[in-house]
Design a protein around this ligand. Structure first.
Ligand code: SAH
Length: 261
């Protein structure tokens, strides 16, 4: 469904060189660059793809930002998980509309937004009140009030326990996920899924040991390598630079210990 830009909508503006600027449209607002400015009025009421000229004649074009665009530009407290890993986490955790998810810590809310977008109901545990507030503001700002209602963040330490029971999923991005394994065992329903993102392989080893000694099984660890390409005329080749490392993804399912059949 295509809808004209309105005041309050977010716009992603591209320049000739492909640089991207993201802002919220306001009546009377102006988008300033080194080539003068474009008034928001030139975008409001127009469809996506509208072409613009700044006061100094530079060319711009406006579309709505995607979730990935917003995550890369949104205000951050903690480091975010990048789109490269967010997509795979959605399928590893098998997030579905109505899935009840415990997420800790929520940080800037990038992972929260991704799971909310897929329809999850999230209880977030976050140590820092400033991060909790930032994540909630980011969710409300990009996803709006309907998603914000499916998102509750509590200021607390998940290492001390999880109050919820019968959870569908436990999804973690914090330094010591092995300290959550016991809590997740009693908080998830049988068949529930545990997913943790950690940057270091030492953390993976410690987590896998804890999972192996628990009622979880089907444990798997993976990393996602993404290589973008330069495509220009006859120069069609991988980009010279790539992000070599972000984090490791570990998943497991609560199915009870083997009965020795
Ligand atoms: N996945 C988030 C980023 C999380 S950063 C995103 O994509 O935006 C890790 C967060 O975990 C930090 O905000 C930190 O404050 C929080 N944290 C660390 N230990 C915690 C604990 N024991 N309980 C709850 N939150 C914790």
């Amino acid at each position: 469904m295509s809808r004209a830009f309105a005041a309050g909508d977010k716009a992603l503006v591209l320049d000739r060189k492909g640089r991207r600027y993201l802002f919220t449209l306001k009546d009377g607002g102006q988008f300033h660059t080194h080539t003068g400015f474009v008034s928001h009025e030139a975008i409001i009421g127009q469809p996506e793809g509208v072409q613009l000229r700044s006061t100094n004649g530079a060319w711009y074009q406006a579309v709505r930002p995607t979730l990935a665009d917003f995550i890369l530009k949104m205000p951050r407290g903690a480091q975010v998980i990048y789109p490269k890993d967010l997509g795979p986490i959605l399928l590893l955790a098998d997030i579905f509309p109505g899935a009840v998810v415990l997420e800790a810590g929520v940080g800037s809310g990038a992972l929260s937004m991704t799971m909310l977008r897929a329809g999850a109901r999230i209880v977030g545990y976050e140590l820092r009140s400033d991060f909790a507030a930032r994540a909630q503001a980011n969710v409300a700002s990009f996803l709006g009030p309907e998603a914000a209602e499916r998102y509750r963040v509590e200021e607390r330490d998940v290492y001390e326990g999880i109050d919820e029971t019968g959870l569908d999923r436990v999804v973690l991005d914090l330094p010591e996920p092995w300290r959550v394994v016991k809590h997740a065992e009693s908080a998830l329903h049988p068949g529930g899924i545990f997913v943790a993102y950690v940057p270091s392989i030492m953390q993976v080893a410690q987590l896998r040991e804890a999972l192996a000694a628990s009622a979880f099984s089907m444990a798997e660890t993976q990393e996602v390598l993404l290589r973008t390409w330069h495509v220009e005329g006859n120069a069609v080749r991988p980009d010279h630079r790539m992000v070599g490392h972000t984090g490791f993804l570990t998943s497991a399912r609560l199915v009870g210990p083997p009965t020795g059949a």
